[in-house]
Design a protein around this ligand. Structure first.
Ligand SMILES: N[C@@H](CCC(=O)N[C@@H](CS)C(=O)NCC(=O)O)C(=O)O
Length: 210
C-alpha cells in the first residue's frame, strides 16, 4: 500500500495518524505540492483533482479524499463502528470537518501562515466549529460512542492547529486533543508549511487558480 502524501497537509496527516494507530505498513511517497508536483501529467493521471492524499493499493486501485480513505482503512477495525446509527454519526462529523473545520480553520490558517490574504469572516466559521465541537464533547470522551473513531482522527489535524489561525481551543476541545495525543501509536509528524508555500514562489493548484 502506498500513500501519496504531503507532510504539511492536515488531510494527509489524518491518514498517517490512522495508519500509525493501526500499526499498518505502507510506502510514503512525498508530493511537494508547492514545487508543482501535483501539476504534472503523471500526478494528474493519479488524481485528476490534483490533490493529496491518494491511497494506492497493491492491485493498482486508487482512493482519493482523506475521509473516504479513513473510512476504507477503518472498516473492520475499532476505529469505525459497526452500528448503523453510529456510522451515520461518523459520516456526519466527517462532513462537518470538511465543511466547517477545513473551511473555517484549515483554509484561513494556510493563508495566514503563508502570507496570503483571507476573509476574516471565515474565522467566525472556525470559531463556531470549535464551539460546536466543545458543546458536543461535554460529558463525552470521544466524538462518537465510547471509543476513538475515525471521526476523532478526521477532526484532529486542523482542530489541533487552530491557534495558528488565531483561534483558541475551548476547554473540552483542549482536553479531547490531549486524549487523542495519548493514544498508543499516535504519530506526531504534522509539519508546518515550508518557505516554498509562499505566494510568488509556490506552484500549486491554489496558485494556478488565483
Ligand atoms: N477534500 C480533499 C482535500 C484535499 C486537499 O485539499 N489537498 C491539498 C493539501 S491539504 C492538496 O493536495 N493540494 C494540492 C495543490 O495545492 O497543488 C481531501 O479531504 O482529501
Amino acid at each position: 500500500m502506498r500513500l501519496y502524501d504531503y507532510a504539511a497537509s492536515g488531510n494527509c496527516f489524518k491518514v498517517r495518524l490512522l495508519l500509525g494507530l493501526l500499526g499498518r505498513e505502507y510506502e510514503r511517497v512525498a508530493v511537494d505540492i508547492f514545487a508543482g508536483d501535483t501539476l504534472t501529467d503523471a500526478f494528474g493521471a493519479l488524481n485528476p483533482l490534483r490533490e493529496t492524499p491518494v491511497l494506492e493499493l497493491s492491485d493498482g486501485r486508487r482512493l482519493t479524499q482523506s475521509n473516504a480513505i479513513l473510512w476504507f482503512l477503518g472498516e473492520g477495525t475499532p476505529f469505525l463502528p459497526a452500528d448503523p446509527w453510529e456510522r451515520g454519526l461518523v459520516a456526519s462529523w466527517l462532513s462537518f470537518e470538511q465543511e466547517r473545520v477545513m473551511g473555517g480553520i484549515g483554509g484561513p490558517r494556510f493563508r495566514a501562515l503563508t502570507g496570503r490574504p483571507f476573509d476574516a469572516g471565515r474565522l467566525d466559521t472556525g470559531r463556531g466549529a470549535l464551539a460546536h465541537l466543545d458543546d458536543h464533547l461535554h460529558g463525552r470522551e470521544w466524538v462518537v460512542g465510547g471509543v476513538p473513531s475515525i471521526a476523532d482522527l478526521g477532526l484532529f489535524p486542523y482542530v489541533s492547529v487552530a491557534g495558528d489561525a488565531g483561534l483558541e481551543h475551548p476547554p473540552e476541545v483542549a482536553a479531547w486533543l490531549d486524549r487523542v495525543r495519548a493514544l498508543p501509536g499516535f504519530v506526531d509528524d504534522f509539519v508546518t508549511y515550508p518557505e516554498n508555500a509562499r505566494p510568488g514562489v509556490a506552484r500549486s493548484i491554489y496558485d494556478s487558480m488565483n
